[in-house]
Design a protein around this ligand. Structure first.
Ligand SMILES: O=C(O)CCC(=O)C(=O)O
Length: 341
């Protein structure tokens, strides 16, 4: 039997409950609706009430999804030494890793992080006075060329959905449709393949600990096993996101929370594990360029509604967050609430 080390064990208040409560699913939005005003209103409502929704008829070909899901399964079933040949490290955030931490507790999972572009420029240090930048590329396993192909094809498709969603979010906030587009010209978007092996003590550990996403928005493909839970805003209960075939789960990231000056909230979520089945998910984090200065948008603040956040640099934010994912630190992970005025 596989041992669950102490580093995986959560404090009692953050352990998953044995039973999930019976609740409606998060909102489901059909992206084939042609009237963009109607769509924007639906999306605005979902962002406000849940910070999460699922989309169908999104335009990502199912073949593309099947290809990346199959390549991901093959990758994680490679021998450990082969996966370790493409490991990430403390500075380069792209590659394989089996010891990711969330809020200083180890997650029960293995991951492969990929730059969505052929390479991404990021700061090399979280320290504010250190201005060095470096271009980081992907590492691919030589025995699985289809993985690179699958990730690259997936990015092309999913990025179209991300841009469409960002435009609809802008419209829903009463902004020009393309108001947010330029932030993504030199994007630092990332694809993360998650593999959650069966866990003998699923009530004591999590596959991904509770967290909020730091970027603009996230697009997630989960398999049919299920495990993603979202914190319901009305009562703080953890709600299971029931898998829907070929749907994608969308969530508002911290950046939209800040841009919208709290009109939309980035919501805590987590992934539970189970003792019988392995689970896979694929996340696309839609992130802007490292040099992006994030602050409430001018159009959305006023004398009556003053900015609720001080501005911050995205590159430093994400590099600080990545540091906390890499290993257990003895300081609290950086949070958007640290920038609250
Ligand atoms: O696997 C999931 O359902 C959630 C994954 C997640 O939240 C993440 O990778 O940040």
């Amino acid at each position: 039997m596989v041992e669950v080390g102490r580093e995986f064990i959560l404090p009692p208040e953050h352990r998953p409950k044995p039973e999930t409560i019976d609740a409606d699913n998060i909102p489901l939005i059909d992206l084939s609706e042609r009237d963009s005003e109607i769509l924007a209103a639906e999306i605005g409502k979902a962002c406000k009430n849940w910070g999460f929704f699922q989309v169908i008829n999104h335009g990502v070909p199912s073949k593309c999804r099947e290809k990346i899901e199959s390549a991901s399964r093959k990758f994680f079933s490679l021998p450990k030494e082969e996966k370790k040949e493409v490991s990430r490290d403390e500075i380069n955030p792209y590659g394989y890793y089996d010891s990711e931490h969330t809020k200083n507790v180890r997650d029960w999972k293995e991951i492969l992080d990929c730059s969505a572009q052929s390479s991404t420029i990021l700061p090399t240090s979280h320290l504010l006075h250190d201005t060095e930048l470096k271009e980081f590329g992907n590492k691919w396993p030589t025995s699985l060329p289809e993985l690179r192909e699958a990730v690259e094809e997936f990015v092309v498709e999913v990025e179209k959905v991300a841009l469409k969603l960002v435009e609809l979010v802008a419209m829903s906030l009463g902004l020009r449709r393309d108001r947010l587009n330029a932030y993504f010209n030199d994007q630092s978007s990332r694809v993360k393949l998650n593999y959650y092996p069966p866990c003998p003590l699923p009530h004591l550990a999590l596959g991904t600990g509770r967290h909020k996403d730091g970027g603009a928005l996230t697009i997630l493909a989960q398999d049919s096993v299920g495990g993603l839970e979202v914190k319901r805003q009305t009562d703080g209960e953890w709600i299971l996101v029931k898998p829907i075939d070929d749907a994608y789960i969308i969530n508002v990231g911290d950046m939209i929370q800040v841009w919208s000056n709290d009109k939309y909230k980035s919501i805590e979520h987590r992934a539970t594990v189970n003792s019988e089945k392995e689970r896979f998910s694929i996340a696309f984090f839609f992130n802007p360029a490292h040099y992006t200065w994030v602050e409430p948008l001018d159009e959305l603040v006023s004398e009556e509604n003053p900015p609720r956040y001080r501005g911050y640099n995205w590159g430093k934010f994400i590099v600080t967050r990545n540091r906390g994912n890499f290993k257990k630190l003895h300081v609290k992970n950086i949070q958007i609430s640290d920038f609250r005025i």
